[in-house]
Design a protein around this ligand. Structure first.
Ligand code: SF4
Length: 241
């Protein structure tokens, strides 16, 4: 019923607020029941299992120059989950989002100019802090998504990163300082497929966690989410594509 004047409008607004207050206990009860539904209650074809993969395991086109080992999907990384019937979620590529898009133009600038690579070493501390901040936001979004899956009764069977990556490594990562030192030391070079791997990436791989995986594990721990986190070995492997 439309309000005839300011007094009626106030009366209607008051009635609305009162109705909401009356419904609050019921809404709270419904809210507290979220997350108690097992997927089998849906009685459809879903397996109830989900895995989160690093972006480039499903799309090698986001790899740095010289870093793609397959034309598109890394079939070996995906096959076990396909066989199990798990749903596959592709996480955002942290380097695409922070290093200048798919072409990672900020990285290319360092590769093209040894002077920039030398300067880059001095800026490594602030750059690392900046990356941590940006990666934390991406990690938070993934952790929220995983929390939603588990609260909805799904089993998140794992997160899979990429061995040796400064961002997505789980047990091995890239020593950025060593990598920049290697880039700065080479004044005459052509960046070709394989050059970067051979002269910069492979000699700079160290045990440790990439910055994005580190942020993601912290976000998962904050939410008490116990999800296995593993890595796929792309470098030096005969991964089937
Ligand atoms: S390892 Fe991570 S950061 Fe590197 S290309 Fe793959 S998804 Fe992107």
């Amino acid at each position: 019923m439309p309000a005839d004047g300011p007094v009626d409008a106030c009366r209607w607004a008051l009635a609305g607020v009162t109705a909401l207050a009356d419904a609050a206990p019921m809404l709270r009860r419904i809210g507290s029941q979220r997350g108690t539904h097992a997927p089998r209650e849906f009685s459809d074809g879903r397996s109830g299992q989900v895995v989160y993969l690093s972006h480039c395991l499903l799309n090698q086109n986001t790899r740095y120059p010289g870093g793609a080992v397959c034309s598109g999907v890394v079939v070996d990384a995906v096959a076990p989950y396909l066989a199990d019937g798990a749903g596959i979620v592709q996480m955002a590529c942290p380097e695409q989002h922070t290093w200048g898009g798919v072409s990672k133009r900020h990285l290319l600038r360092l590769l093209d100019h040894p002077v920039a690579a030398r300067a880059g070493r001095r800026l490594l501390g602030p750059a690392r802090s900046y990356l941590r901040w940006r990666y934390q936001r991406l990690a938070r979004a993934v952790a929220r998504d995983i929390a939603d899956c588990t609260a909805s009764g799904l089993e998140v069977v794992g997160v899979v990163g990429v061995a040796g990556s400064p961002s997505c490594g789980v047990t091995s990562t890239l020593d950025l300082d060593a990598a920049l030192r290697a880039v700065a030391a080479c004044s005459h070079r052509t960046v070709t497929a394989g050059w970067l791997d051979q002269h910069v990436v492979e000699p700079s791989i160290r045990p440790g966690r990439g910055l994005f995986i580190d942020a993601l594990q912290a976000e998962l721990a904050k939410r008490h989410l116990d999800v296995p986190v593993n890595e796929f070995q792309l470098h030096g492997s005969d991964a089937a594509c």
